[in-house]
Design a protein around this ligand. Structure first.
Ligand code: HEM
Length: 442
């Protein structure tokens, strides 16, 4: 019996390995579809450092100095995010974060910092606010961001004066030409200094020992993208904040709670999600506009060329601070036009598939059904173009890119000087963004 089983297994294996490639691909693809929920999607760059990590005893190392000058930042790009997954399930999809990339630099730095100032002056506590218990962790965050910027970008941030732990620091931001006097007593709330150094949104979360739940205690979030203010989230716990998030209760809540409980200061992680809009606004994207501000959103959308539609990647990181134990969640928008990704294998096909066949509640949450019929002809033309150019074939299995969450052309040996410029399309959308019509709440 045993001998017969072994012979049968051998015959099956030989038949599989000698079968046509097309059969093998479709078999492997079906296998992946069925079992992918049990595996983390393979990803790129470099494979060893991007494995998900839940606990590590190794203390965080100082970041490696990146010797870029303010002039070089003008041509510098964020890493090329392509977080398109198929099959698409709501999962935590977190990866170990290389701390060198905690607060990345790119050529839009000035725009983010200026926008932060404008939003603070115009909207104040709607976007930046804190509870009394949020002060101490915000102060620790300010110290950690300062230290990170000085060590990671020695030519972009310089130390003017160090009065020690009890006295604070004065730092010069070479990019904005601003002196940040963080000597004690502080003249402003710590999150405002953080917002003058880093272009990310920051959420400060503390565990309440009374109920063991995690609460948002301070936040500097000028770029929520959607129509929510931080005033509606401050003081709430994570379940309430994620109340409207599709499949949160069924798919995310338990794993998030378990993960938060195990998180140590040595395990920073990152993740990325995305949606689509037809603008580059940072505070509220057109796709999430409300009728009271834009009564005819459909006309607004259809006034655009489908080529002007952008993927807004929400690049997020999570880390725990060593002293206060607060969890710091950062969120940062990075825009890519569909046009600039048009010759990247499978990208238009993946976007099209997700817009129409992704989980129904996610389609609603991201308003895909509002604009997808308007751009589908364009997406179809891009898919056809890829087939005509031989970039993909009709039979190429539609699935998550092997380099997920980054572009297929991204190098694993990160180019320290030039950043991650798309080798085919040199993009700078600043002029376009300036010309966009601004609605009252943006
Ligand atoms: C591993 C941890 C976390 C996971 C997996 C997660 C997941 C998600 C997901 C899936 C969404 C829906 C939008 C998207 O597709 O990304 C979302 C929205 C959001 N998350 Fe989280 N999140 C995490 C941690 C946090 C933390 C620590 C905060 C801090 C308060 C936070 C604040 C928010 C906010 C404000 C929204 C937008 C909600 C809205 O649309 O009204 N998240 N999150």
């Amino acid at each position: 019996m045993l001998v017969i089983s072994i012979i049968l297994i051998c015959i099956t294996a030989i038949a599989f390995y000698t079968s046509p490639k097309k059969f093998k691909d479709s078999y492997i693809s079906k296998f992946n579809d069925k079992f992918s929920k049990y595996f983390r999607t393979p990803n790129s760059t470099p494979a060893s450092s991007r494995k998900p990590s839940y606990s590590s005893n190794e203390p965080l190392k100082d970041p490696t100095p990146l010797m870029i000058t303010p002039d070089q930042v003008k041509n510098y790009d964020d890493r090329p995010w392509r977080p398109f997954r198929w099959p698409y399930h709501q999962t935590m999809s977190i990866f170990k974060l290389d701390m060198n990339h905690w607060l990345d630099m790119d050529k839009y730095y000035w725009r983010y910092i200026e926008e932060k100032k404008r939003i603070w002056m115009t909207y104040g506590k709607e976007n930046i606010d804190w509870l009394p218990e949020g002060y101490e962790p915000s102060f620790e965050l300010m110290q950690i961001v300062t230290d990170h910027m000085l060590k990671r970008y020695p030519l972009l941030f310089t130390l003017v004066e160090d009065k020690g732990e009890a006295g604070g620091k004065i730092v010069y931001n070479e990019l904005t030409k601003e002196t940040l006097d963080m000597t004690l007593p502080l003249k402003e709330q710590p999150l405002l200094y953080v917002s003058k150094m880093a272009k990310e949104d920051f959420y400060v979360v503390l565990k309440n020992p009374k109920d063991d739940l995690h609460y948002l205690v301070a936040a500097a979030v000028p770029f929520p993208g959607g129509s929510f203010g931080i005033d509606s989230k401050l003081g709430q716990h994570l379940d309430v904040i994620h109340e409207d998030v599709p499949y949160y209760k069924e798919k995310l809540k338990r794993s998030m709670e378990r993960w938060f409980d195990r998180l140590t200061p040595n395990d920073p992680v990152e993740r990325a999600s995305w949606y689509i809009s037809w603008d580059h606004k940072l505070k509220v994207n057109n796709v999430y506009q409300l009728p009271k501000f834009v009564p005819d959103l459909k006309a607004d959308m259809e006034s655009m060329d489908p080529k002007d539609f952008n993927v807004r990647v929400e690049r997020q990181t999570l880390r725990k601070l060593p002293k206060s134990g607060a969890i710091i969640f950062t969120n940062h928008p990075v825009f890519y036009s569909i046009e600039e990704m048009k010759d990247e294998p499978l990208v238009p096909s993946l976007i099209r598939k997700i817009l129409y066949e992704g989980p129904q509640d996610i389609i609603k949450y991201k308003n895909f059904d509002f604009f997808r019929d308007y751009i589908v002809g364009y997406l179809d033309s891009l898919v056809k173009r890829q087939i005509d150019l031989g970039i993909i074939s009709e039979d190429t299995p539609l699935k998550t890119l092997p380099t997920y969450p980054f572009a297929h052309w991204s190098k694993t040996d990160f180019d320290l000087v030039n950043g991650w410029n798309n080798p085919k399309e040199k993009v700078n959308y600043l002029q376009k963004a300036k010309e966009e019509k601004v609605h009252k709440n943006q």
